[in-house]
Structures are given as C-alpha cells and as structure tokens.
Ligand binder design. Structure first.
Ligand SMILES: [Cu+2]
Length: 356
C-alpha cells in the first residue's frame, strides 16, 4: 500500500516537474495507476486475423482519419494526423537515441487506445510479421487492395491507388512542411531483405540493451521503412502511412520477446544517447546494420531534416545527463499521458498487453 502510494506520488511529481517547457495536456496531470493489469490484451499477427478482424481494424483507422483533431498538433486536421504531427515534433530525440524503442512503444500504444476509445475498435493492435515477406514486400497480403493497406504507389505522385486509404489527403509532410498530399509508396523489395530471420536472430541473441537497440534500429527497422518507401521512408512524417503502426508493433514485439528472455535484468536495461547525431541521415548512410531509422536501407533518399521556424527543438526531460535512463520522460503532446521509460519497460504494467 505504502509503496503503491509512493509510486503514484512519484508519477505526479515527475509530471509536475515537466510542466516547464514541455507540452503537457490535462490528461497527463492525472494520477495514473501503474499497478493494474489483470487481463492483458493479446496483440496478434495480421496474418492470423480473420477477414472480419482485418476489416474492423481498417475501418477503425479510416474512422480516425475522419475524426477531427482535438489536440490540434501542428498541421493536424484529424486524429490520425495528430500522431503524425507529434512524431514530427519529436523526431530529433526519438530516433538513433536510447528512447527509440520506449518512445515508439508508447506511441503505438496511444494509437491503439485511440482506435479503441475514439472509434470503437475492440481488438488489439496487430503486427506485421515481416519475416514472412522478406524480399517480397510487394506481394504481401498486408498490402491487399481490399482487406489490407492498399498496394504500391503509382503515377507521378507515387500515390497509393487502392485500399481503404487511397483517397486520404494527408496535410503533413513529406518531412516537416505542411502540405496536402496523398499517401505515397515506393516499394523496394530489395530493401526488405533486412527483415530476414537470421538478422532478427542476431539481434535477439544480444545480451544488453546497448547492443540490442542499434541492431533493431539499423536492420529490421530500416527494412519496413525502406521496403515500403516514400512516406514511410521519411523519418519525420512516416506515420502518415498507416502501415507504420503494423511495422512498429512488430519491432515492439521483437523488443518485448528479447526482454522476456531475462526479465529480471532486461525489464530494467536501458541506455544510450539522448540526442541523435543528425549526420546519421545527413551523411547519406545509416548506422549499425545499414538499415537506417526510416532513412537508410537500399533506397536512401536525402531528406531535409532542418526544423522550420515553427517547430521548436524538442526537449529532453528527466535524465540527469546526456544518457538515457529509466527516468527519461516520454511525452506525446497529449496523445497519451506522459510516462517515464521505467513505466513502459514492462508491457504488462499500465500498457497491459502481451504478444502472441
Ligand atoms: Cu519513428
């Protein structure tokens, strides 16, 4: 009882301390119970979804796309856009940094919550088992024109022409600019080879977070972004393609599986730099593994990473120095309550899900 009170008090304390300089919504001021997870949701592969389950998920995403934004994060018109907008604002401290995996874990969770709370979705967030599509993303059932995310982009704008998202007008991107455009893709089957099981195994066999995280970010992460291409390959605006969430849930699953090999140690193992070295993208290359955080892989496209005047430099909050610790605060501009990395280390904490 006392320790539970202490944990809650700490959460409140952390939140109050972050009001300075960090966008904090009213929901994040609430005291959050970090202990309750009696029946975790089970996240399953898209490949085992029934047709009805696929349709329910796609319908819910379309619903987010047709629900006006309430957060009004830079450039956003819809609740779907809010996620893309928040990702753009946070880009500089969310990739090639220690919070890469924890940040995207909370981000995907917030999206799953939005599907459920805003659009009545009753399932859990599915993932894309990319090992089944290595080297042949273009033929994946995930891209089915009816019960999937639609196919490759075609024509001058590279717009997707099929599927439930074909007519979506995306107001953000590519990159930081606020620009109406379609969801575009440029599938690169060659780049998707980084999703290979052998590469995943080599990541899974690492024994420290500082080895595991770059292994995932460089290879399997790059595979999904570069394999789908165009919007997905843009490190700032990639959540403009809804397939982003299946890809990042897949990466989150890899992390969760790795953590469960030695939970005593790995549910507390975190580290890394807090700010990325922009040169990782500017130089046209990718770090360890050759994939790149949505910016590398086999078809690198130079991306302008210079923040425009109306995008403030994202602040690092919670760490005493320049390295990522469990106290690092993950904030999502109101998409979800602010959380420390410590709070998202275990998917069976307040996040309350497990993987199939
Ligand atoms: Cu990202």
């Amino acid at each position: 009882m006392a320790s539970s009170f202490l944990r809650r008090a700490l959460v409140v304390l952390v939140l109050c301390g972050t009001a300075l300089g960090v966008p904090v919504d009213s929901a994040s001021q609430a005291v959050v119970d970090v202990d309750e997870c009696t029946s975790p949701r089970v996240r399953r592969s898209w490949f085992v979804f029934s047709d009805a389950e696929k349709k329910a998920y796609l319908d819910a995403e379309v619903c987010l796309m047709s629900t006006p934004t309430t957060l009004k994060i830079r450039g956003a018109r819809t609740k779907f856009d809010d996620f893309q907008a928040a990702h753009a604002l946070k880009m500089e401290i969310a990739h090639f940094v220690g919070q890469f995996l924890p940040f995207h874990r909370l981000f995907v969770w917030a999206h799953e919550q939005a599907l459920q709370n805003e659009c009545g979705y009753t399932g859990a967030q599915p993932f894309w088992d990319e090992t089944l599509d290595v080297g042949k993303f273009s033929k994946s059932i995930v891209l089915d024109p009816v019960l999937g995310f639609g196919g490759d982009g075609t024509g001058p704008g590279g717009c997707i022409q099929t599927g439930p998202f074909a007519n979506y007008v995306n107001p953000i991107g590519p990159g930081y600019p606020i620009n109406d455009h379609c969801i575009d893709r440029q599938i690169a089957d060659g780049a998707s080879v980084l999703a290979a099981q052998a590469l995943l195994d080599s990541c899974h066999n690492t024994t420290s977070f500082l080895a595991f995280w770059p292994c995932i970010e460089g290879g399997p992460h790059g595979a999904g972004h570069a394999g789908i291409g165009a919007e997905m390959l843009n490190p700032i605006s990639s959540p403009g393609d809804p397939i982003f969430y299946l890809h990042h849930t897949w990466l989150d699953r890899l992390w969760a599986k790795w953590q469960l090999v030695d939970p005593e140690v790995r549910l507390k193992d975190i580290g890394g730099n807090n700010r990325m070295n922009l040169g990782n993208w500017m130089g046209g290359g990718a770090p360890a593994g050759g994939g790149g955080g949505g910016g590398g892989g086999g078809s690198f496209v130079p991306v302008n990473l210079t923040r425009p005047w109306d995008v403030p430099e994202p602040k690092v909050v919670g760490d005493p120095g320049s390295n990522t610790t469990l106290n690092h605060l993950i904030y999502l501009y109101g998409l979800a309550p602010n959380k420390t990395i410590a709070e998202v280390m275990d998917t069976k904490g307040f996040l309350c899900y497990v993987y199939d």
